[in-house]
Design a binder for this molecule. Structure first.
Ligand code: SAM
Length: 272
């Protein structure tokens, strides 16, 4: 996992950059701040390596000439079009019941934002210190948005490895309605079709892949599934459409979409 990173900023945002640097260092990331004259497209093209940027829009990741942040405000249009009927994730996670839900693989938080918008009370868990800091920034900005303020009021962020977090919830006998898992998917997998889909991941996901550990080091979520099943009435796993089952465990039910599917595991003995 990235434990050292360069952070580019302009003179005007130097103080802000120092604040982010302090937060990141409290989470184990060593940050090297570099002041640049202009943080523009040309600069980003000439500095293709993965780095952070701080400007008027807060904290960003940049690489290969692109900038990326979990931009929740940019999701508002999509949220406004979404409904319990139209979204497969809503059926898979039973969002009509306004569940208490843990998203144990937060990433950019886009799935959780949608689920919170559709009624879930969501705890987002992310173990990557840079991604977590980006999420925190996105949540803070969303609080000032008239549409998102009520949505993010239903979102809690937890910086932790979910294996540890779920185990601590089990130890405290804290059950939830749903645990949602969208673990990283290995590049080398038994399923060639799934790899083809993987190559089509959106720009944002490409940057996410640069930040996260290589194949072999990343958490593929097998252990998370077993922990989740001990504390949630329903565990929902998002997978590329043709991917193998998580931990080779056959789900009780599936919802199939064009690019992805949701596998659900029900624990009837945990109901009430
Ligand atoms: C594919 S992304 C999730 C994308 C997310 N569903 C979204 O809408 O943006 C997987 C994320 O899970 C995180 N992750 C994987 N294993 C984890 C663990 N054991 N604990 C916490 N986070 C984990 C990774 O760091 C990565 O950010």
């Amino acid at each position: 996992m990235v434990s050292e990173i360069r952070l580019f900023t302009e003179l005007t945002f130097h103080e802000k950059a120092q604040q982010y640097s302090a937060v990141l260092s409290s989470r184990g990331v060593v940050v090297f701040i570099e002041q640049v004259e202009k943080l523009n497209a040309r600069f980003l093209r000439l500095n293709p390596e993965l780095a952070l940027c701080v400007d008027e829009e807060g904290l960003w990741l940049c690489a290969n000439g692109m900038k990326m942040q979990p931009d929740w405000i940019a999701e508002v249009g999509r949220l406004k079009r979404a409904s319990l009927k139209s979204e497969m994730i809503a059926r898979a996670c039973n969002l009509g019941e306004k569940p208490k839900l843990i998203d144990a693989t937060a990433g950019l938080g886009h799935d959780s934002l949608l689920m919170a918008h559709l009624g879930a009370e969501v705890t987002l868990v992310e173990r990557h210190p840079i991604l977590f800091t980006l999420l925190e920034d996105s949540k803070a900005k969303s609080k000032n948005d008239s549409f998102l303020a009520s949505v993010v009021a239903r979102i809690d962020l937890v910086f932790s490895d979910s294996n540890v977090y779920l185990q601590s919830q089990i130890d405290q006998k804290q059950m939830v309605d749903v645990v949602y898992l969208d673990p990283m998917f290995p590049q080398r997998d038994q399923n060639q079709q799934a790899i083809k889909k993987q190559a089509q991941v959106k720009k944002q996901m490409q940057l996410l892949h640069l930040l996260l550990p290589e194949d072999g080091e990343m958490d593929l979520g097998d252990q998370l599934l077993n922990l989740a099943k001990r504390m949630a009435k329903r565990v929902v796993v998002k997978r590329p459409r043709l991917a193998v089952f998580l931990d080779e465990q056959k789900p009780d039910h599936q919802w199939q979409g064009d690019a992805c599917r949701f596998d659900a595991y029900f624990q009837n003995d945990l109901c009430n």
